[in-house]
Design a binder for this molecule. Structure first.
Ligand SMILES: C[S@@+](CC[C@H](N)C(=O)[O-])C[C@H]1O[C@@H](n2cnc3c(N)ncnc32)[C@H](O)[C@@H]1O
Length: 341
């Protein structure tokens, strides 16, 4: 059994300080490297527990957000009595079972069934608000049956749920084409009645605002002239304002001025690797650039882990500014309800 008490602090908080005087508390399931936690902290909430299984993701989380409350271990083993009650429960739950790219077995997949762990924690902790994030395809999975089930589970527990698919490039002012399903569920009808998702905002940043093309990166990110497919890169990669993608045997050109959806597998097996041209040649995006395309704070740092793990963590995470805008709206309605408005 893992519990919050068994985890000790080993590093300082480098990227984000706990919100001072924060009124509302957050518990974070499937916390990854803490994208959702950073967004809620930035919005003014206090994250008081988080759980994550992957030890490398935990290392990154601890390096940047401190570690006194992170419970490392399988959520199925989490004893709810060892973590405090929270106002807001968040979960960017594993998406492979619902993703177009996966086998789409949904709740029949062990990873999809982790959704029921969210219900287990809800049933014990009765959070006032639940925030969920997953792939766009969650809504259409199994002809909409999966999503209907999720909404029914929330409704049966007395929650009022809203959902919307938001694209990072339309809602986060970050040039990444990333559509994700967001669900916000309220136990208190007064909160629910006041809530709305954020409005779209104009995209003011381009790829060149995220990437510094004039600074040379480590040579491991560049393709060598004698590489088997170098000719293909040279033929296709002409536009400096496009992030291309290596798709096993060919280069895919994406929409100009935005990065395609960053994925967890982009650093492994030569698939989905995001590519750009800079002043020094054809290269992969670095893991830190991938974090920038997710809107992470500029002082966020990876620990000493493999590049494959860093790419996976960045692709698995969330677009911080989009989640932050939703979190701000959630906190706003809670405050209004509590002040009698
Ligand atoms: C989509 S990612 C969430 C990323 C997170 N929202 C962030 O901002 O970085 C899902 C996470 O669930 C974790 N996970 C998968 N199975 C788990 C389990 N049984 N218990 C706890 N965490 C698990 C994965 O390691 C992964 O980091």
């Amino acid at each position: 059994m893992v519990n919050a008490m068994s985890v000790t602090s080993t590093s300082s908080c480098e990227a984000t300080l706990p919100a001072e005087g924060a009124e509302y508390t957050v518990g974070s399931m499937f916390a990854g490297i803490g994208g959702i936690c950073i967004a809620f902290k930035n919005a003014g909430a206090d994250v008081i527990w988080a759980n994550e299984l992957d030890k490398f993701a935990c290392m990154t989380y601890r390096k940047n957000l401190g570690s006194d409350y992170l419970v490392e271990g399988d959520i199925k083993d989490l004893d709810v009595n060892t973590v405090p009650n929270v106002d807001i429960l968040t979960a960017g739950f594993p998406c492979q079972a619902f993703s177009i790219a996966g086998y789409k077995k949904g709740f029949r997949d062990e990873r999809g069934a982790l959704f029921f762990e969210i219900l287990r924690i809800m049933d014990e902790k009765h959070p006032r608000v639940v925030f969920l994030e997953n792939v766009k395809n969650l809504v259409g999975h199994d002809n909409g049956q999966t999503f209907e089930n999720i909404l029914r589970c929330l409704k049966d527990r007395g929650y009022f749920a809203y959902h919307q698919v938001l694209n990072t490039m339309e809602y986060g002012d970050i040039p990444q084409n990333r559509e994700r399903t967001y669900i916000v569920a309220f136990k208190d009808k007064r909160d629910a009645e006041k809530f709305s998702f954020p409005e779209a905002v104009p995209l003011t940043k381009s790829i060149r605002d995220i990437i510094d093309a004039s600074s040379q990166k480590d040579e491991l990110f560049y393709y060598k002239k004698d590489w088997l497919h170098y000719g293909e890169l040279k033929k296709i990669m002409k536009n400096e304002n496009t992030v291309y993608q290596w798709r096993r045997t060919y280069v895919r050109e994406n929409k100009s001025d935005v990065c395609p959806t960053l994925t967890a597998n982009m650093g492994t097996g030569g698939h989905n690797v995001p590519l750009i041209i800079d002043d020094f040649g054809y290269r992969k995006l670095t893991p830190s650039e991938c974090l920038k395309f997710q809107g992470f704070p500029s002082d966020f740092r990876f620990p000493d882990i493999s590049n494959g793990n860093m790419y996976k963590q960045a692709g698995n995470s969330v677009s911080v500014p989009v989640v932050q805008r939703i979190a701000e709206n959630i906190l706003d309605v809670m405050k209004k309800t509590d002040s009698g408005m």
